[in-house]
Structure formats: structure tokens, C-alpha cells
Design a protein around this ligand. Structure first.
Ligand code: COI
Length: 355
């Protein structure tokens, strides 16, 4: 018997499904009926189970609250045209989760537990997967230290939880971003490449300040000189410059985005030259001034491909042209959508089909 088949499911007696307005989901507003929970204790992951979504009994002394051992992933499941359910790029998300866990001294999750857990929770709450184009079931695996102790130490007990949430688009319209030239998200050698909770908490203050100035998010720059672009916190950043797809090369301060990788791969298939390299703020400003920078967009699981309308550099707003039918970002977004739906060949085996 596979682990998927053997994960016990305790079903809710009070489904909230009928209360959800699927025509107005937004992002992250609803959590599906069930969650997967597995405990780590005595040096190993214990048998997972699926239970009704709800509060957990946890100690306020648990180490993740105090010292930040908390790591997560963001993934999506879709209905395919043939009626199957597709969880996108499971293997790459699993590898990234384990890289993040290793950076935070947390125990790895086996591929078997990860895949079986995902399949089981997505099957259990299959009715929560939205059907509209542009919507999906967002999957949030999270691992955190649950051991109660105040001493500063690597925890010996953890929880692995998978929540799901029916979502629409992350942004409702093209975004206004400010190049951040004062605060820092991550420095080389730090935890920027890991999907750990602290990276997000530390970004709130500068992002709130940018919001008060009318921006949606910031574009983070390097910690040493603020000369080079890193990423945008909730998404990687990509530019079409001189008809090439240009994006910051991965480093220890940039998240290795799964959508970033997907777009780079599809761009090459579309015959577009891709440059992964250092991208200076100056180069972007020049490109915006001389109009050689024709597109800018964010790429992420939640954001998918999110057009950028305005980039503010040193206090000056630079506006990008509106997205057109033949814009690269729309062509690549459509190509990605077709693969996920199963209406275009999945030549890289990105789709994980749940029957
Ligand atoms: C994702 O794209 O899945 C993310 O985790 C970004 C954000 C929603 C935290």
C-alpha cells in the first residue's frame, strides 16, 4: 500500500465549502476544510494524518516563535481539461523545501511524505479547487519548530502542516513598485535563498512604508551598495530589455523561484534570448529612459506573471507600456497556462497528475 492510500483522513462534519464565493476569491482569504499534519519527534517524522482545518494546541514557548525556525512553500493545483487534477512542479518545490530546511537546521521531508501528503490533502479537498481560468488551489506546506523551550537551540520537535486555499489572482491590476535603496531584504551568505518565515517578516516594515507612498511592493537591491536588483519579496523580477529576457542571476540572497525557472525554460522554447546575470539599477533606469526596456513583470507561484506598470527609482516614476497581445509576458503566461491545463504537451514533466 502506498503512503497516500494509508494516510488516515478524519473528515469535517461541518464543511464551509458552500459559504465560499468562488467568483470573488482574492488571495489567501479562505482555507479549505482539511489540513495535513505530521509530527517530527525522536529523530523522525511520524505518520501524517488529515484532520479538519482548525487551531492547534501549541506552546507559546515553542522555538519557532522565538528563534524563527519556520519554513514554507507555495504551490498550486489545477483542474485539467481532461478532468484530472494537476499539482504543478512537485519535485522542484520539494527540493527547494529541503534546501530551506537545511539552511534553518530543520529535518528534511522525504519525497514520499511530501508527495503523499500533497496528493492526499488535494484529493480530500478536491471540491475546493476553483474552475475559473486564473484561479487555482494554492497549497501551503509549512514546517515549524514546535518544541517548547526558551534556550536558544535547534529544536528537536517540529510540525509539518499542509493547508490549501482556493485563490484568484494575487494582484488585481498591474503593480507600482519602488526600487528600495535604503532597507535590505537579504545579504549574501544570509537566508535570502531560503523560503523561511523571517525573510517575509523582515520585509514588512519597508514594504509598509512603500505602501504609504502609494506602491504595492518594493524591488529589493543588494545589501552592500544597493546597485543591483535582487527580487521583489513575493516574486522574482524579470525585464524585457533590447528584446531579451533579462533577470537577476540566482545568488544566496535571491529565492530560486519555481515560476522563474519555468518562464526561463519557456522563453528559450519561444526563441527568446535569456540573460541571467547581475542587473544594475542604473541599467534598468537607462532602459526605462531610452525605452529599450519594454516590459517588466514579477514571476512567482502566487503572482504567476504579474505585469509591472510603474517602477520608481530615486524618486522618479517610470511607466511601462500596457501589456499587449503579443507581449512576451502574455505569451509566456499563456504557454504556462496551457501546459498546466494539459492543452499543450508537458515535455518537461512538470505536471503531477492526481487521479
Ligand atoms: C508564493 O508565490 O507562493 C509565495 O510564497 C509568495 C507569497 C505569497 C508569500
Amino acid at each position: 500500500m502506498t503512503l497516500t492510500a494509508s494516510i488516515p483522513v478524519k473528515r469535517t462534519t461541518q464543511s464551509r465549502l458552500s459559504t465560499i464565493d468562488f467568483s470573488n476569491l482574492g488571495f489567501g482569504n479562505y482555507i479549505s476544510d482539511h489540513m495535513l499534519v505530521a509530527k517530527y519527534d525522536k529523530g523522525q517524522w511520524q505518520e501524517p494524518q488529515i484532520i479538519p482545518y482548525g487551531d492547534l494546541m501549541l506552546s507559546p514557548a515553542m522555538l519557532s516563535l522565538h528563534y524563527g525556525q519556520a519554513v514554507f512553500e507555495g504551490m498550486k493545483a489545477f483542474h485539467m481539461k481532461d478532468g484530472n487534477i494537476n499539482i504543478f512542479r512537485v519535485e522542484r518545490h520539494h527540493k527547494r523545501l529541503n534546501r530551506s530546511l537545511a539552511r534553518m537546521c530543520m529535518p528534511a521531508i522525504s519525497e514520499e511524505l511530501f508527495v503523499a501528503g500533497l496528493e492526499a490533502i488535494v484529493k480530500t479537498d478536491a471540491d475546493w479547487i476553483p474552475r475559473d481560468d486564473g484561479s487555482s488551489l494554492y497549497i501551503r506546506p509549512v514546517v515549524f519548530a514546535s518544541e517548547a523551550k526558551l534556550g536558544v537551540k535547534v529544536a528537536d520537535q517540529y510540525l509539518f502542516v499542509i493547508l490549501t486555499s482556493p485563490v484568484g489572482p494575487y494582484f488585481s491590476k498591474p503593480v507600482r513598485l519602488k526600487v528600495e535603496l535604503e532597507y535590505v531584504r537579504a545579504a549574501e551568505g544570509g537566508t535570502g535563498y531560503a523560503k523561511c518565515a523571517g525573510n517575509y517578516g523582515g520585509a514588512f516594515y519597508p514594504t509598509q512604508q512603500a505602501r504609504e507612498q502609494g506602491f504595492d511592493q518594493v524591488i529589493w537591491t543588494d545589501a552592500k551598495e544597493h546597485n543591483y536588483i535582487d527580487e521583489s519579496g513575493a516574486m522574482n523580477i524579470m525585464f524585457v530589455l533590447d528584446n531579451k529576457l533579462v533577470t537577476p542571476a540566482l545568488s544566496s540572497s535571491i529565492l530560486d523561484g519555481v515560476t522563474r525557472n519555468t518562464i526561463i525554460t519557456l522563453a528559450k522554447d519561444l526563441g527568446v534570448v535569456v540573460e541571467e546575470r547581475k542587473v544594475s539599477v542604473e541599467e534598468i533606469e537607462k532602459g526605462l529612459q531610452n525605452k529599450k526596456l519594454t516590459e517588466a513583470f514579477g514571476a512567482g507561484t502566487a503572482a504567476v506573471v504579474s505585469p509591472i506598470a510603474t517602477i520608481n527609482i530615486h524618486g522618479t516614476d517610470y511607466h511601462l507600456p500596457p501589456v499587449k497581445e503579443d507581449s512576451f509576458q502574455l505569451r509566456v503566461k499563456n504557454a504556462l497556462g496551457e501546459i498546466r491545463k494539459g492543452t499543450a504537451p508537458d515535455k518537461y514533466n512538470w505536471n503531477h497528475i492526481v487521479k
